[in-house]
Design a protein around this ligand. Structure first.
Ligand SMILES: Nc1ncnc2c1ncn2[C@@H]1O[C@H](COP(=O)(O)OP(=O)(O)OP(=O)(O)O)[C@@H](O)[C@H]1O
Length: 495
């Protein structure tokens, strides 16, 4: 089984048919657990934060939302294996993908080069063509939902957005989702197949530049397409058309990239090309059996030399996403918790670095001459030396979404650190709170800070910890009536 962090008190031990064995991470809508299916395969189980009480027919509505998605097969998507409800919560089970998300990799290492962009373009289009062909819609394609597995990109979270909508949850206006949404979605229109195509283009531009191409408002300017390889520029331009009718279908994208541009097809794994061409022609290709490691074709092609310096740059290791998570609430006294949690994260990290990181290095090289990314130096994430002031690796403005797992409430957080300072500035935009974080003690990789903040926000203890994927874990805690309470989230550097 892949590595994951241990389960916490209160975490489920079983969801549906699936044994739950560890924690992978927490997102805006749910916690993702590592599980084992009845046949022993590793699976990822997303348990939504949302409670179901008071939502009539929640079980039927939720499972129906995945009916079409469960028919999607293909090696560029994380297949939906099951969906259901248990103890007032809804869960969805997908194939486990052993690799970081595109968002995490770009945050840690910077933009990707042409070869990777072409693989991503085709891989995501293969996934979308299969999803649309099955009569489903992704609804929330973005860099966090593209996992970079050993055998290629895999699109995950298929139909989760429509399942949330089926439960009466309005589309998220916080977090990352709005930055990749098509104009029609801002006008309250449906997230149909053309919206997925818009998100395909926006996600590729993010991968090419390392920054989001649009703001969280309806896109109103044409983005600069120059950072994309010439092979993708025209297609991404039309994918980002404001009128959904002007966008190509996923099938048309595959036709252009794999049938009309044979040179591009020569640079990709043969299995990906075969599946893409079959989908372009409206037939289903034979499905490759999902394998745990890099297949022969993928390895050959992903490690092929390229005109730039891709593959030669030594990228510090990235760990399994599971290492990037701390327990939601400190279960033990503070001093022990810091050491225990960090030690735990490190031991898991060390265990997987040799596997995932080496595969990631070889298969997902960055742009030659890139700036090394905005996420600091993940190789030194284990820096346990005490510090008296904020280290340079924390400097900058970081943004993300925190989740209170007890209440299920999520909210955005923004924190700005200055190198050499002893305080940092925290903003909770939704609550309109500004606070000051004062360093109480810390190491090169983890800072303990006291948060002073006015109502409606609450002061408390903050622990900010650098993660192997270049993000920061931001955990708030305090004791209420002798009981620890807390929230936490992952922050990505934005400036
Ligand atoms: N199928 C999967 N296999 C392996 N890891 C996964 C899978 N799905 C999600 N993860 C990992 O689990 C963690 C949490 O994922 P999640 O989807 O909740 O994050 P998010 O996209 O930021 O949040 P949300 O989708 O709720 O807005 C991430 O590290 C993600 O890479």
């Amino acid at each position: 089984m892949p590595e994951a962090l241990p389960l916490q008190p209160g975490d489920p031990r079983r969801l549906g048919e699936h044994e739950i064995t560890g924690r992978i991470g927490v997102g805006e809508h749910g916690a993702v657990f590592l599980g084992r299916s009845a046949d022993g395969r590793p699976v990822a189980v997303k348990l939504l934060h949302l409670g179901l009480s008071g939502r009539p027919l929640a079980d039927a509505r939720f499972t129906a939302a995945f009916a079409a998605a469960r028919r999607v097969a293909g090696f560029c998507s994380a297949s939906v294996l099951d969906a259901g409800t248990q103890d007032d919560r809804a869960f969805v089970v997908t194939e486990f993908v052993d690799g970081p998300s595109l968002a995490a990799l770009v945050a840690a290492e910077g933009p990707r080069g042409d070869t990777v962009l072409e693989r991503l373009a085709v891989g995501m289009a293969v996934a979308l063509a299969a999803i649309h062909r099955a009569g489903s819609v992704h609804g929330d394609l973005r860099p966090a939902n593209v996992l970079l597995g050993p055998d290629g990109p895999r699109v995950t979270d298929i139909a989760v957005r429509s399942a949330l909508e089926a439960l009466g949850t309005p589309p998220s206006t916080t977090g990352e989702a709005p930055y990749y949404q098509a104009p029609e979605q801002f006008e309250g229109g449906p997230a149909g197949a053309p919206a997925d195509i818009f998100a395909w283009g926006a996600t590729l531009l993010f991968a090419a530049t390392g920054v989001r191409p649009f703001s969280d408002m309806a896109p109103d300017e044409d983005p600069d397409l120059a950072p994309l390889p010439e092979s993708l520029r025209g297609l991404v331009g039309t994918a980002l058309a404001r009128d959904p009718a002007d966008r190509p279908t996923a099938q048309r994208i595959l036709d252009r990239l794999l049938v009309e541009d044979a040179a591009l097809a020569d640079r990709l794994p043969a299995s990906m090309v075969a599946e893409g061409r079959a989908l372009a022609q409206g037939v289903r290709a034979p499905q490759p059996a999902p394998g745990p490691g890099p297949d022969e074709q993928a390895t050959t092609l992903f490690s092929a030399p390229t005109p730039d310096t891709e593959g030669t740059a030594l990228i510090p290791g990235l760990a399994d996403p599971g290492t990037a998570v701390l327990p939601p609430v400190p279960p033990a006294p503070k001093a022990r918790r810091g050491g225990h949690v960090l030690g735990l994260a490190l031991s898991v990290t060390i265990g997987v670095l040799a596997g995932v990181a080496i595969i990631t290095l070889v298969l997902w090289p960055r742009l030659g001459g890139g700036d090394g990314g905005s996420g600091g130096d993940p190789a030194n994430v284990a820096d346990g030396r005490p510090v008296a002031a904020i280290p340079g690796t924390f400097a900058g403005t970081w943004k993300g979404t925190a989740v209170n797992q007890n209440s299920g409430v999520s909210f955005p957080v923004e924190v700005t650190f200055q190198e050499g300072g002893k305080t940092a500035h925290a903003v909770y935009p939704k609550e309109r709170c500004n606070g000051t974080l004062s360093l109480t003690r810390g190491t090169g990789s983890s800072l303990e800070m006291a948060l002073r903040i006015g109502k409606p926000c609450t002061p408390g203890h903050i622990q900010v910890t650098r993660q192997p994927d270049g993000t920061l874990q931001y955990a708030w805690s305090r004791s209420e009536n002798g009981r620890p309470v807390g929230y936490q989230g992952r922050l990505t550097r934005i400036g």
